[in-house]
Design a binder for this molecule. Sequence first.
Ligand code: FAD
Length: 592
Amino acid sequence: MPTYTAPVKDMQFILHDVLNVAQSDIPGYDELDRDTTQAILDEAAKLSENVLAPLNKVGDEQGCKLENGVVTTPEGFKDAYDQMCEGGWIGLDCDPEYGGQGMPYLVNSAVGEMFVSANMAFNMYQGLSHGAISAIQTHGSPEQKAKYLPNMIEGKWSGTMNLTEPHCGTDLGLIRTKAEPQDDGSYKITGSKIWISAGEHDLTDNIIHLVLAKAPGGGEGTKGISLFIVPKFMVNEDGSLGDRNAVSCGGLEHKMGIHGNATCVMNYDGATGYLIGEMHKGMRAMFTMMNEARLGVGLQGYAQGAVAYQNALGFARERLQGREVKGVQNPDGPADPIIVHPDVRRNLLMQKSFTEGARAFTFWGAKMIDEAHRKSDADADAMISLLTPVIKGFLTDKGFETTVLAQQTLGGSGFTKEWGLEQFVRDARITMIYEGTNGIQSLDLVGRKLAMNGGKTIMAFFDMVKNYIKENEGNEALKANFLDPLKKASKDLQAAGMYFMQNGMKNPHNALSGSYDFMHLFGHVCLGLMWSKMAQASYAALKNGTSDPEFYQTKIETGRFYMARQLPATALHLSRIETGADTVMTLEAANF
Ligand SMILES: Cc1cc2nc3c(=O)[nH]c(=O)nc-3n(C[C@H](O)[C@H](O)[C@H](O)COP(=O)(O)OP(=O)(O)OC[C@H]3O[C@@H](n4cnc5c(N)ncnc54)[C@H](O)[C@@H]3O)c2cc1C
């Protein structure tokens, strides 16, 4: 059975050595000294390692069951969920006015990585709630906030996000679910939603569904869509639960992974719903949930890679096969551990350098969210908006790839159920699909985000990297192995952006055929930047006589691997982009 050890030390390194959180002027960050974050991360680690991780396989094997409209989660899930609630984890970064702990989003992300690595399917129940809480917090009326948020933040009620219908996923303008206005100001919601994560389950007393539907007078396409709160049980004026609403689970999906999470068909048969946010502006409100969810899914991707890597590493240290070609390493054994072999080391370093870089990238993005929300910083808001499709698309593609690499480290054992690596592969796969497929993320990046603010935000990104390199060029230790490769990669990114500017307008296919490569090129540059910053912090720690030189030296060596062996992928992506649409678009559909 796989094991999980929370990477608390690595998280502390990013928070304090790289991001210097305690010195930040973001409101609330002054409380994030090393001891405080250590205490929070240690508690989350205990829960992840001792409670959630042991349930990961149970959830996979038992899955969820639907009987007479009631969904039962796997054994142990309810107890674990209650422990999450008791620990206040569900409302960790939520508004204290409604019972949350008011911690920064960054802390929530660090804790979230542990919960996801330990048990992704389980964590989705509270992950979906979190998105619904944010939408109500941002777009709800004072009455709606008072009515729903305290119980959701406490975890007594959960939340869902209902977009997808049988005939539409990406193209939400096609949705058919209807909202009919009633005399009392409520709406009757009628329609069918599919693949609704955590749509029905036995973990909470009530489920607050957020549902996209079309009310009369909104017009065609996404413009006519509004967002509605549809509780499973009606909530009385005094806050007690009333009658069952006309919403039910019509079926559970049988799927490749995340078996412990109930993926439901949800039928709304004239269910009572309440408008949230402005009429016919539901997509705006939904984007509050979707943007948050996309960052959460990016985190899911690398978090699965991280736990898979840990288990691959354990195996590589134990498994005895063959001898090191330059000299026997384990003379008392029949063979050497496979970690001595260059190809196994290459494989492990691909996993390690990606997951640690991805962690830094995600935490950096989370800090930007705090900057945007807590300081009302419009530039930070724009930058995280630009980076969101990169975090979602690149980190989930590479996270999945990492689980496959980890599986490969185990040879045949990676393919068997016993070792559990195959579950990480299956669970990670969905992250590339939901919350908008990765192809759609790349279209969002190239089609919308590059042009955002008249191109100012992407230029600000280029300037940030350029200035960082310039400011640190005097750092000899950093220059050759980190700054020079970063400069080269960043030039590739700029050249790709320039190609789109010059060729995308005259033929949009030129941009759309290169968007996926651009997303990966961008992701590599971000990880290259992160590795430079991590190496810089490590060199500084070594210079200051750290008591743990091995940790920092290991960081530098892992970073060198990324810069030398992963980052050059930017040249390939650029070269593909610059070939334009021709080879992609020439073939007639009939000849595929
Ligand atoms: C396990 C699971 C859980 C889910 N949870 C939820 C949930 O909680 N709530 C919810 O509302 N939904 C949920 N979904 C739905 C999920 O978000 C959608 O499956 C996803 O957004 C893709 O939509 P689709 O499956 O309809 O694919 P389609 O939209 O049919 O797309 C099919 C393919 O075509 C591509 N494509 C489509 N349009 C374009 C275009 N214009 N340009 C280029 N390529 C295009 C896509 O990238 C994709 O590869 C879940 C799905 C699964 C499987």
